[in-house]
Design a protein around this ligand. Structure first.
Ligand code: NAP
Ligand code: MN
Length: 271
């Protein structure tokens, strides 16, 4: 029998949804099993932030993740709080599919050693202080360019509608596996040159970012932010490498799911 477990942000609405969901699932023949081994379905009750937390705490699990939106936006979340019964019916009938999202492996080299994280949205490398930040960025094997400005962001298609979009980056359909490098307030003049637009890279590319600190200016160094959380900060961040991760996140979608309809409803809203 198929098993499920629950990851929740545990606010009042989420607790109510959980109380409705569990008996519905059990009477449809699914078994609740909160052990982390081999669960078939993980319910993620909350907003996109809850999904980011789930992936962060569990790595990218093999189970199918069903997002129930009790948060604000809910780009990853497919089920609405008033749609629990309908969802269980469709699940039982197999009337859905799994959308796979690539993640990014982020390797941070500091004077203390190497740490690794896996992101689904983006990684941001930006200056901590008030001065102009200079980054040496390598794409693939050879070509190296410099960015001067606030920093850069590297995102997956999933993350393209989040911070990337606010920075003027383009929206990428997750059906195309691509990485995007987006400059943050890039400077372009005769003193400093940076790409002014984003760059799209294939998924076998690796991106290397080396902060070029100036002793007198950059006392605070840079910070590295993975899916909205600071994971490294300071002068001793020597190099950040980004590449596509081995694992994908597997997210439940109703049969009628269409990425651009989701973009329309979550970004443009009512016309
Ligand atoms: P948060 O500060 O509570 O919320 C950031 C907002 O981004 C929330 O409305 C969240 O949706 C939404 N969001 C998250 N992932 C998204 C995606 N893939 N597509 C579209 N919208 C998305 O922090 P959080 O909820 O933990 O989310 C962290 C994310 O915030 C980061 O990964 C980064 O992309 C984003 N962020 C954006 C800016 C900016 O736009 N200037 C600045 C910092 C961080 P929910 O309401 O459903 O949680
Ligand atoms: Mn949030």
């Amino acid at each position: 029998m198929a098993t499920f477990r629950i990851f929740s942000n545990n606010d009042e609405l989420s607790d109510r949804i959980e109380a409705e969901l569990v008996p519905e699932m059990e009477s449809a023949g699914y078994v609740r099993d909160e052990s982390r081994q081999n669960t078939d379905i993980i319910f993620c009750i909350g907003g996109d932030g809850a999904l980011l937390r789930l992936l962060r705490t569990e790595g990218f699990p093999d189970a199918m993740i069903v997002g129930i939106n009790t948060g604000h936006l809910g780009f990853f979340q497919e089920v609405t709080p008033d749609g629990i019964h309908d969802f269980v019916e469709k699940l039982k009938k197999g009337d859905y599919h799994v959308q796979e999202y690539i993640g990014m492996k982020i390797r941070i080299h500091t004077t203390d050693g190497v740490t690794e994280f896996v992101a689904i949205n983006e990684v941001v490398i930006k200056g901590v202080g008030e001065r102009l930040t200079h980054l040496e960025v390598g794409f693939g094997k050879s070509s190296v360019t410099r960015y001067s400005g606030d920093g850069i962001l590297v995102c997956t298609p999933a993350g393209s509608t989040a911070y990337n979009y606010s920075l003027g980056g383009v929206i990428m359909d997750p059906a195309v596996d691509t990485l995007q490098v987006t400059p943050m307030a890039p400077v372009n003049n005769i003193a400093y040159r940076s790409f002014q637009t984003g760059i799209l890279l294939p998924t076998d590319a690796s991106i290397t970012v080396v902060p070029k600190l100036q002793d007198d200016h950059d006392r605070d160094g840079v910070m590295v932010i993975e899916d909205g959380r600071v994971v490294a900060r300071g002068r001793d961040v020597q190099k950040v490498c980004v590449m596509v991760a081995d694992k994908k996140a597997r997210i439940f979608r109703f049969s009628g799911y269409d990425f651009w309809t989701k973009v329309q409803s979550k970004i443009l809203g009512e016309r």
